[in-house]
Design a protein around this ligand. Structure first.
Ligand code: NAD
Ligand code: UGA
Length: 477
């Protein structure tokens, strides 16, 4: 029966950074299949259904165009979970799996409560045979929990319902999500039912070369996703550790990265030193990997992966220390511009952004901060910092207050007015061609530019008579 099944209706639970873009690309590539993305968050669904491009909950280059093409044709966003599941032949679970905040494993294990809720909703509302696909990043062996819940429903329904569970982790990176989805390095499908694997594979085959579709057992697939993120994060901690050594020895991290990356065994990607990795996944997945390793009796393995996070924390925390040191040991009452609040360029996502900690540290030191980001809004920053913005351009106000303040800035120019320093934390294109010759005159001298992404031109900044510090660059000494 299963081999005759055709997939006509797909439901995706979770309309976030993964569910929204992934289903949009599926809908574009599989015009004969209907995709319904469902979320309990009604504001998010309204955002996805909005005609105003700025209201889309996720900013990704190329996303808006695909949404305009497919939405209302074969792509739909709704909060009607029950109906969407009962119509579906295949249900993707694409809900959040954050680090647990309390209870057993708090601060380490991934919280799969929303996965469990989704499995229970599928168990209750599905009709006939349904393929359930883990799209979220799950701790290895989560499929067992999902299968247990679904098997109980199979028995209770006297087998009028039946299920197959697959793991199909997502490898897209934010900022390049559409390109990553359209041209994936590989697609990974884990499972134990060949017919179901072939059905999911046939959807991808609409645009992905079958040679790129890797088929494994469930546990290899679940673990490969955690391992891939851990390896990527480890590369960043490795390059950042060498960058710190460059600063003290006269070496230059861009040159070192180029030299080591030319070895094809190492490869030249993911070797950019920076303020440490951010985003919703690397820290969470490393913590989870360490937790699982310890759980399975492998403390040495856990310690190894935890050291990647330790290095990342150290890297992120040392930025504000460098800034304070260069500004004569104090930033109290000084105006500092923060450029970039998202965790990387081309996304409006601020989750675990290194900028958050740098900003918190400088506010703690009493600095007055302008914060600029091309896509992150003032209200997002207020929500993350849990501090309302204040206008501090009034000189009297600055002199009379002992408190630290931040203010949203709409342009690079506005940010630099009266600034003692500017810190570049996100590698947005907008920051790469600043006219330092004219804008330097707006700053209070002696002023400093801190380039934590190696995106600015040392020559033009030094020519404009500003002091320049670049992360990982031994010419600072
Ligand atoms: P997200 O928080 O942006 O989106 C998750 C959505 O699921 C939310 O809108 C939430 O309201 C919804 N949701 C949760 N429980 C629900 C329920 N029971 N019913 C209906 N809706 C529900 O998260 P995300 O960034 O899209 O990540 C989702 C998963 O994908 C995570 O496991 C993550 O690790 C993984 N992942 C993320 C990325 C990324 O770039 N963000 C990339 C690859 C994998
Ligand atoms: C990462 C992985 O790259 C994706 O494959 C994976 O699907 C995703 O996590 C996930 O599971 O959520 P993402 O976090 O969106 O994607 O973005 P990355 O490009 O990996 O960047 C992560 C962080 O590392 C950013 O803060 C970025 O600035 C930093 N980074 C990246 C560097 O500091 N140097 C680099 O060379 C690359």
């Amino acid at each position: 029966m299963k081999s005759n099944l055709k997939i006509r209706n797909v439901c995706c639970i979770g309309a976030g950074y993964v569910g929204g873009p992934t289903m949009a690309v599926f809908a574009d590539k599989c015009p004969n299949i209907k995709f319904v993305v469902v979320d309990k968050n009604k504001d998010r669904i309204n955002g996805w259904n909005s005609e105003n491009a700025k209201s889309l909950p996720v900013f990704e280059p190329g996303l808006e165009k695909i949404i305009r093409k497919t939405r209302g044709e074969n792509l739909f966003f709704t909060s009607d979970l029950q109906q969407s599941i009962s119509n579906a032949d295949m249900v993707f679970i694409s809900v959040n799996t954050p680090t647990k905040e309390k209870g057993l494993g708090a601060g380490q294990a991934s919280d799969i409560k929303w996965v469990e809720v989704s499995a229970r909703e599928i168990a209750k509302n599905a009709k006939g045979f349904t393929i359930v696909v883990e799209k979220s990043t799950m701790p290895v062996r989560t499929a067992e929990t999902i299968k247990d819940i679904l098997s109980a429903a199979e028995i209770n329904s006297y087998k009028t319902k039946s299920f197959s569970v697959l793991s199909n982790p997502e490898f897209l990176a934010e900022g390049t999500a559409i390109n990553d989805l359209e041209n994936p390095d590989r697609v990974l499908i884990g499972g134990d039912d060949k017919d179901s694997i072939d059905l999911l594979s046939s959807l991808y085959a609409n645009w992905v070369n079958p040679e790129k579709i890797i088929k494994t057992n469930l546990w290899s697939s679940e673990l490969s996703k955690l391992a891939a993120n851990a390896f990527l994060a480890q590369r960043i901690s490795s390059i950042n550790s060498i960058g710190a050594l460059c600063e003290l020895t006269g070496a230059n991290i861009s040159e070192v990265a180029h030299a080591i990356g030319a070895d094809t065994r190492i490869g030249n990607k993911f070797l950019n030193a920076g303020p440490g990795f951010g985003g919703s996944c690397f820290r969470k997945d490393l913590l989870n990997l360490a937790y699982l390793s310890r759980h399975f009796g492998l403390p040495e393995v856990a310690n190894y992966w935890e050291s990647v996070i330790d290095l990342n924390n150290w890297q992120r925390d040392r930025i504000s220390k460098v800034v304070v040191e260069k500004l004569f040991g104090t930033v109290s009452g000084k105006v500092i511009s923060i450029f970039g609040f998202s965790f990387k360029a081309n996304t409006n996502d601020t989750r675990d952004s290194p900028s958050i900690k740098v900003v918190q540290d400088l506010l703690e030191e009493g600095a007055l901060l302008y914060i600029h980001d091309p896509k992150v809004t003032a209200s997002q920053i207020e929500e993350v910092l849990k501090i309302k913005q204040n206008c501090f351009t009034d000189k009297d106000f600055i002199q009379k207050t002992e408190n630290a303040y931040w203010q949203y800035s709409k342009s690079v120019r506005e940010s630099l007015i009266n600034s003692d320093a500017a810190i570049f934390l996100t590698d947005w294109e907008d920051y790469k061609n600043i006219d330092w010759n004219s804008l330097s005159k707006l700053m209070r001298v002696p002023a400093w530019i801190f380039d934590c992404r190696a995106i600015l031109s040392r020559e033009s900044i030094v020519e404009a008579k500003l002091n320049y510090w670049r992360l990982g660059d031994g010419s600072n000494i």
